[in-house]
Ligand binder design. Structure first.
Ligand SMILES: Cc1cc2nc3c(=O)[nH]c(=O)nc-3n(C[C@H](O)[C@H](O)[C@H](O)COP(=O)(O)O)c2cc1C
Length: 202
């Protein structure tokens, strides 16, 4: 075991010691979520989709502006139309259409204070907000045994046309949702804690 792996292990042990079962459960959940690219055709109950939406709804956002709209596509015909448009070349992908649900996340520009903050600080707070809300959605899905995959590579114009959205609408993320076709325990390929952080000054 390398020194940095030992450090990571120690941090995980300390977190577990100080934060008890809750942190254990949370880290387990975070580890459970992975980018699922192989779905079964088993229907996802609306009730479970609503739980994922509730988790997204509770996400924090700059100035509490909640700059998101989740369009849930679970109608088979519409989903096919959407996938055809979203994954045409050069965005070609054949696996997303196997997912019984596609969540299309509309990025809104945020409220006035958040937009002022964006301008003054030159930070796209609304994109940070979207990231948090969508990950809440994905983690709740993982907790329900559902797979998801963040997708930023798709034909945005095609998506908007398929869903009848105006051309000025922004869709930055699409998230297929469904039961994984196979049970996967994929090892996370990540930088070490030492590579991504330090305490106080270096
Ligand atoms: C903003 C964002 C956009 C992504 N876009 C795509 C995508 O278009 N297609 C895809 O297959 N995976 C996409 N991914 C998934 C990443 O490849 C994946 O999260 C990363 O490799 C880590 O793997 P894991 O999610 O299985 O832990 C995206 C992830 C994020 C966060």
């Amino acid at each position: 075991m390398t020194l940095s792996e030992k450090n990571d292990k120690l941090v995980a042990e300390l977190l577990s010691y100080f934060c008890g079962g809750f942190m254990d459960d949370f880290l387990k959940l975070v580890n459970t979520r992975y980018s699922c690219r192989n779905y079964s055709d088993k229907k996802v109950p609306r009730e479970d989709i609503l739980k994922c939406l509730e988790a997204a709804r509770l996400a924090p956002s700059a100035c509490n502006s909640q700059p998101w709209k989740f369009i849930i596509v679970d109608d088979t015909e519409l989903k096919e139309k959407l996938c055809l448009a979203a994954y045409s070349a050069p965005y070609a992908a054949s696996w997303p259409k196997k997912a019984p649900v596609i969540a299309v996340i509309v990025t809104e520009r945020g409220n006035f204070t958040s937009r002022m903050g964006n301008m003054i600080k030159d930070t796209s707070f609304y994109l940070i907000d979207i990231g948090i809300a969508v990950e809440h959605f994905a983690l709740q899905a993982a907790e329900l045994g559902l797979g998801t995959c963040w997708m930023g590579w798709f034909n945005e114009k095609g998506v908007k046309k398929a869903l009848g959205l105006s051309s000025s609408t922004r869709v930055d993320i699409i998230m297929p949702l469904g039961y994984p076709a196979t049970k996967e325990e994929r090892k996370k390929v990540r930088k070490t804690i030492k590579e991504i952080s330090y305490f106080n000054t270096k």
